[in-house]
Design a protein around this ligand. Sequence first.
Ligand SMILES: Cc1cc2nc3c(=O)[nH]c(=O)nc-3n(C[C@H](O)[C@H](O)[C@H](O)COP(=O)(O)OP(=O)(O)OC[C@H]3O[C@@H](n4cnc5c(N)ncnc54)[C@H](O)[C@@H]3O)c2cc1C
Length: 402
Amino acid sequence: MEIAIIGAGPGGLTCARVLQKAGMPVTVYDADTALTARDQGGTLDIHADTGQIALADAGLTAEFAALARPEGQSKRMLDPSGAVVMEHLVDDDEDTAPEIDRAQLRGLLAASLAPGTIRWGHRVTEVRPGGEVVLADRPPITADLVIGADGAWSRVRPLLTPATPEYTGISFVEVRFTEVDERHPAIAELVGQGHMWANGDGQNLILQRNSGGHVRGYVGIRAELDWLARAGLGRADGRGGVVDANGVQALDTERVRAELLERFAHFAAPLRRVITDSEGDLVNRPIFALPAPLAWPHRPGLTLLGDAAHLMSPFGGEGVNLAMLDGAELAREIAAGGAPDEAVTRYETRMLARSGPVAAGANGAIKEFFEGGFDLADVPDFAEETEQWKANAAAYLAGREN
Ligand SMILES: Cc1cc2nc3c(=O)[nH]c(=O)nc-3n(C[C@H](O)[C@H](O)[C@H](O)COP(=O)(O)OP(=O)(O)OC[C@H]3O[C@@H](n4cnc5c(N)ncnc54)[C@H](O)[C@@H]3O)c2cc1C
């Protein structure tokens, strides 16, 4: 059986690894020209009850542990005056949801595959009924099973559902700092060992410590999708960016900075340094989500996993965890033998039932957080959450034994 996975993100790579471990042939196609062709974003917490189970199925627990940062789970919350309203410190032996850089996670998964499994520079433009995968500037390929692991703007999804991602009303502008302890001590103090949030009404500053002295974060705002265009920075491109008169993507970082500083004028000076001191471009990332819960009638020869199936807001940090668990579960079902179509149906039934409520919760949480200000009472009890993840993991594994 020819299996084609479209997308070498964490979900697609986990699926490929678990299939290969079971001796099944698989090829992964990705639009990127190489593993490191694009900046891979920030840090991800890998949960005991989802992502870590997938990594165990992939036989990569030790590789993950070697890179993971348990102390990165520490959290601080500040109010706009800079006062700390909550602090939660995590020891470096707490392994319930350790952090890892997204680039490191993708790298360790990619390195676990047989050479040549991933075909870089293969951009899928369309998938046709019958398993024909149309590629940009290359001949098409065919497969018995096409797995859409191609993220938010999946080219596989239109064959299964007309649903498309919708703007949540929240935009995140990326900030970054290198050699933070030496070059940006004020930022290093704000972020501590893990995460920092500073919350206003419809404004939120987020910092996250990554490996190698890097800090990445987001300036989150409740805003129209075309807020940059409305601020006079160019013509809206429909995805939160702006283009110039020639249709070329335009980004005037200093004007973006000035616009953000205006929106955060009532934040204390040390917090505003997140905006003033950020290095490089201030890239706008509007947060899109698929309608949730989402389901589709099963169609032989095709399926979806991860963001392609259930793109959700990042609140709750479940996106990558579910993507990896989807990938591992789908691979295990296929590798168990029997009719592939029945295996995929079993996977879809479980995956859709699991992801629907999680996505609906994450999409509701981001809207609530950015509307009407922040309520400390809404902050989860982290100790309770940790115990819940452990209990969920035990229940999931016990359920699988039966
Ligand atoms: C600001 C932000 C913060 C986040 N923070 C967290 C967090 O803290 N915790 C968490 O769990 N999740 C977080 N997420 C979500 C997380 O990044 C995603 O859920 C996760 O990466 C999904 O994995 P995936 O494999 O399904 O898709 P992706 O990681 O999106 O991978 C898709 C792959 O498909 C490829 N591709 C796309 N289109 C094509 C095409 N046409 N042809 C071929 N290849 C294609 C891409 O190059 C990519 O490699 C965050 C997301 C955002 C936007």
